[in-house]
Ligand binder design. Sequence first.
Ligand SMILES: *Cc1c(COP(=O)(O)O)cnc(C)c1O
Length: 458
Amino acid sequence: MGEQVKFLLDEDDIPTAWYNIQADLPTPLPPVIHPGTGEPIGPDDLAPLFPMELIGQEVSQERWIDIPDAIRDVYRLWRPTPLFRARRLEAALDTPARIFYKYEGVSPAGSHKPNTAVAQAYYNKAEGVQGLATETGAGQWGSALAMACSFFDLPCDVYMVRVSYDQKPYRRNLIESFGAQVSPSPSERTQAGRNVLADDPDSPGSLGIAISEAVETAATSGGTVKYSLGSVLNHVLMHQTVIGLEAQKQFEQAGAYPDVVIGCAGGGSNFAGFALPFVRDNIVDGKQTRIVAVEPSACPTLTKGQYVYDFGDTAMTTPLIKMYTLGHSFIPAPVHAGGLRYHGMAPIVCALLDQGLIEARAVPQNPVFEAAMTFARTEAIMPAPEASHAIRAAIDEALACRESGEQKTIAFNLCGHGHFDMSAYDAYLSGQLPDFEYSQQDVDRALGELPSVGASAS
Ligand SMILES: *Cc1c(COP(=O)(O)O)cnc(C)c1O
């Protein structure tokens, strides 16, 4: 008999509660600040944008939050997701390391994002909300929320970053197939969009601009439409912990435990969803697992940004969040990992980095695609360009083990497939993929525009 490759769980093993790391953080998260008053914001400030249940989850200090059965019933469509032992990749690398990956690409939208989209649609519907507005970068979040809204019969209004709208028409078609409306951002539909277009009619857009448009749509709806965010916020990261919680059961099944846990980080949700249960083991049980967030060199938020208060969006409409940031005016180079181009990062991930509980590294685009090719040719899954950042880091760890002879257990989150990213692979395979390095000067210039309240509060 051959050696086991897939570690599978039953539907009954779908977690019954999400893990909230706020209960276990050695130092609590810094407050979120109202830009007008300079004071911490409260539930009333968030009520126009989010349903009360999610606002409660955002600040909850409860370690476990029950997952309603209606949400678990939708999760059953693709959860539990498989944990693979990458035996063929290990063989190709000739490494003594053991490599495992959790595969979130089996969800209907092809990434981890439905884990929170379903929860958000459910709670909004339960509180009588009549529609959701959101932004999407490469289209993964838009398709996840569109799918979730279709389950709960909620209209969905998606602002899609223009460069992706043009580069990735098929994901736009998927969003529309799930019944949502898609607008390229910047758009003429909002004041935020019109302001950007007045300055630059050919603006490629950015996640920050699209957020401004979606927030404006909700804020001016008279309370009927709420806003939904696919990453960054505490409750989003918490919903994603189903990934790591399942993985821990699967590692038990495999008789293994990771020495290194790796995820790519854009806003931080897939990384956190996979890693936080392992961070807990480090904090609570004294484990010494290395936890590594990987980002593009073109958007080096964690490795070159500063840990200060900044706006979550370009139009400076959101509260001020303490996070590693490249500055809210940051417009990223058009790298194909569209999901990794946000100027900031989830406050939880930033706090963990600041407190030395995780590591971060940045990798350029071409080595990422090389890793993706090695992975596709051995494990036969076309990975999303975002996920390929984690693959790059996992391969580098495995190659280091080949040098040192160590038999480490390396685990990464394969957060999505790349079936809608084939134009990126086309560019790579025809040798036309540029590498972008975001320089420290660029970082310093953008950070010069940070809000002053942030400077005093930081
Ligand atoms: C959206 C997305 C990301 C980036 O978002 P995070 O919140 O950092 O997870 C990464 N990978 C895939 C496949 C995505 O869809």
